[in-house]
Each structure stands twice: as structure tokens, then as C-alpha cells.
Design a protein around this ligand. Structure first.
Ligand SMILES: Cc1ncc(COP(=O)(O)O)c(C=O)c1O
Length: 397
């Protein structure tokens, strides 16, 4: 048998993607001011970013980063266990642990890296990891990397999670879920999952990328809304690329668990630590998240305005009360065509297609932000009504 040539393999894969309307391109953002982005020299209003609270360009956050970069430079110079762990990281980790009520915190370069690290460090062959089918890809990939048995239950089906945990009692078990689902915007049934985890001796791990900052008192996220804390959820991930407006992720847990991960997780050990300036910027974001509750109030009113307007126009809404408001259209071609029409009208909403969402569920993942005005939302709704055929049976706002 002759060797497979990469050139042939890549050409076949690309042709297959083209046939399924699954080709992907990156857009170059030439400038940004809040929700306004400059793309190909044209100003568009973006409804697909994750800067929910508008902190990514906040003067305090930018100034904190500039000052720390002037002091520490732009890089960390090494792995956290060599020379990469700086005082700004340590201060930020302590502030995050105190804020969320955990013993210890660990700052990673990205949420993806953190999830690979958690799974690879805690799980091994013979263990079980039970996950919601709609969990973010990096939780799934992490379990695959760990070599444990991965079981995925139908979305939000607590009884199925229980059954999957019950089928295997040997080895350690982890129950992992998004707090708010990234492509659907709905909340995980955390209180019930906590009961299941306790009954089954499983470690409950919550990735709250889209709940933190946005939900609960002081923006303490999905756990605060569900009345849960470190006892019920021993491990919590807070990615920083969304409401914090920055980059990286903070893992929270007991001193024993976090200590183990910091010493043994290969994605953490063998990677350069994030810039100290990013830690400084995220400390400034944290301060704003805690104190400026008007941002959450404004965001909630933007979300409600969108839902009311979409419902009145018969647009197919999902059961989401978070800033993630998907309009599920089905076929890839349909989502691409709707995104194109929106862009012609001045709105940037990227079409989301498989494998990011299940087959046949391509969508416009509309995200709302403090940066959007009422006029922005009203304008988007008019454009959407033109771009998307109304559903027969709308969900009430
Ligand atoms: C639930 C969830 N976890 C983790 C990530 C990955 O985080 P990061 O972008 O920091 O790698 C994302 C999205 O990016 C996410 O939606």
C-alpha cells in the first residue's frame, strides 16, 4: 500500500467541506469600538462577540494592562513552575478564590488549556467522565486526552446522567457540565446535578464561561444563581474571554486539587504562563464586575428587548434568558445566507455550523452586550425579520 499523501487528504477534506457548505473563513477585524467593528473597510454592528459587559475596552482595564506591561514586559518568560508565575498572577488568583469562596485558584492561558489540564491531571484509564452532550468541545477533548471512559447524556437530562454514573462503580468519576451552554444560552440544571454527583460519589465540575460576570449577585455566576458553592461544586472554571473581556481562565478548587493540577497537568506545566499584564487587566475587570451591577441590569434589559421584539416578529427563539440568543435555522446554507443578508444590512453575525453545533442545527448565534443600544437591537430585529423566515410557532418572550 502506498503512503497517504497529505496533499490528497487535504484536498479531499476541503472538497467534502465545500459540498456541505462547511468551509470556514476568518474575518479580519480592522478596528473595534464597543459593538462597532471595522471589517473590509466597512463599519458593522457586531452581534456575535462575547464581551457581554463591555469591559474589553474599558479604560481602567486597558490602563491596568498598559501599566503592568510597562513594569513587567509583555511576556511571562516561562512556564509557571520555572519563571512564569509573577506577583500579578498570584494577586489575581487570591482575589478570585476569595470572591468565589474557594481555597485556591490557578490562572491558565485559556479555557481550552484549563479543561485539557483538569481532565488529564485528574482522570485516568478505568475512570468515568459523564458529560452533557452539548458541553463545550474542550471538555469533551479533555476527557478523550485523559484516556478515561467518556459518557455523554442527552442535553440537560439529569436522570440520564444518574444512570450513566450508576452503570460503573469502579474507578473515580467526574460529572462535567457547562454552567450556561455556549451555543444555546440555556442554564444547566446545576442543583439537580449536584444531588446526582453527591449520590454517586462523583466530582462535579462546572465550566461557567458564559455565566460568570453576567448572572447572580456581584456576577458570581451560575453557582450563585443555583445556591451552590465549593462544597457541592468542588471544581469550577472561569474562562476570562467573555464577561471579563480578556483572555485566559481561572480554575478554582481545594488546595489539594489545585495543588495536584498545578504540579501534574501537562498542559499547564509545559506551556508559557500568560502575561502578567493580562492578570493585571483581569484584576481591574474583576473590580468592575463586582461593583458595577448596572452593567448586568442593562444587559438584562437588552436581552428582554431582543426577546420581545423577536417574539413579536415570529422569529424562532430558544429557551435562553442569557445574552446568548440563538436563531436555529437548520441547514448550513440557510444559516450562511441569513448571515450574508444581515451583513448587507450592516450587522455582523457569524453563521455557526457543525461541528460547533449538532448536524442539522446550523444557526445564527446572536450575542447581546452592554455595548448595544436599544436602537441597535431594534435595527437588528428588522434586519433579522428580512433574513430569516418566521417560525410557525414562536416561543413566548
Ligand atoms: C464553555 C466554554 N468553555 C471553554 C471555552 C474555551 O475558553 P477559551 O476561549 O479561553 O479557550 C469556551 C469558549 O471559548 C466555552 O464556551
Amino acid at each position: 500500500m502506498p503512503r497517504t499523501r497529505f496533499a490528497d487528504r487535504l484536498a479531499a477534506a476541503r472538497a467534502d467541506r465545500a459540498a456541505r457548505d462547511a468551509l470556514r473563513t476568518r474575518r479580519e477585524i480592522e478596528g473595534r469600538e464597543g459593538a462597532r467593528v471595522l471589517v473590509d473597510g466597512r463599519q458593522l454592528t457586531s452581534f456575535c462577540g462575547n464581551d457581554y459587559l463591555g469591559l474589553g475596552q474599558h479604560l481602567d482595564v486597558v490602563a491596568a494592562m498598559q501599566e503592568a506591561a510597562a513594569w513587567h514586559g509583555v511576556g511571562s518568560t516561562g512556564s509557571p513552575l520555572v519563571t512564569g508565575h509573577h506577583v500579578e498572577h498570584a494577586l489575581f488568583e487570591r482575589e478570585m478564590a476569595a470572591w468565589l469562596g474557594y481555597e485556591r485558584a490557578l490562572f491558565f492561558s485559556s479555557g481550552y488549556q484549563a479543561n485539557l489540564a483538569v481532565m488529564q491531571s485528574l482522570l485516568e484509564a478505568g475512570d468515568t467522565c459523564v458529560q452533557d452532550k452539548l458541553n463545550h468541545a474542550c471538555l469533551i477533548d479533555g476527557a478523550r486526552l485523559a484516556g478515561c471512559e467518556l459518557k455523554r447524556y442527552p442535553h440537560a437530562d439529569v436522570e440520564a446522567a444518574m444512570r450513566q454514573l450508576m452503570t460503573r462503580r469502579d474507578g473515580a468519576a467526574m460529572l462535567a457540565t457547562d454552567g450556561v451552554f455556549s451555543m444555546d444560552g440555556d442554564a444547566a440544571p446545576l442543583a439537580d446535578l449536584a444531588l446526582v454527583a453527591r449520590a454517586q460519589d462523583a466530582l462535579l465540575y462546572v465550566d461557567d464561561a458564559h455565566g460568570i460576570g453576567v448572572l447572580g449577585p456581584e456576577g458570581r455566576g451560575s453557582l450563585a444563581v443555583a445556591g451552590l458553592g465549593a462544597r457541592e461544586v468542588p471544581l469550577l472554571l472561569v474562562p476570562l474571554g467573555k464577561a471579563f473581556g480578556g483572555q485566559g481562565a481561572v480554575l478554582l478548587g481545594s488546595a489539594a486539587i489545585i495543588g495536584h493540577i498545578a504540579e501534574t497537568a501537562r498542559p499547564y506545566l509545559f506551556s508559557t504562563a500568560p502575561a502578567p499584564a493580562m492578570a493585571a487587566a483581569m484584576r481591574a475587570s474583576l473590580k468592575l464586575i463586582r461593583t458595577e451591577s448596572w452593567r448586568r441590569a442593562k444587559l438584562a434589559s437588552v436581552v428582554m428587548r431582543f426577546r420581545r421584539g423577536a417574539s413579536a416578529r415570529g422569529l424562532p427563539l430558544q429557551e435562553s434568558f442569557t445574552p446568548i440568543q440563538p436563531i436555529v435555522l437548520g441547514e448550513n446554507a440557510k444559516a450562511l445566507a441569513a448571515a450574508r443578508t444581515l451583513e448587507e444590512g450592516g450587522y455582523l453575525v457569524t453563521a455557526i455550523r457543525p461541528p460547533t453545533v449538532p448536524e442539522g442545527q446550523a444557526r445564527l448565534r446572536i450575542t447581546l452586550s452592554v455595548d448595544h443600544s436599544e436602537a441597535d437591537v431594534d435595527g437588528l430585529l428588522v434586519a433579522l425579520a428580512d433574513a430569516v423566515k418566521p417560525a410557525a410557532d414562536p416561543i413566548p418572550a
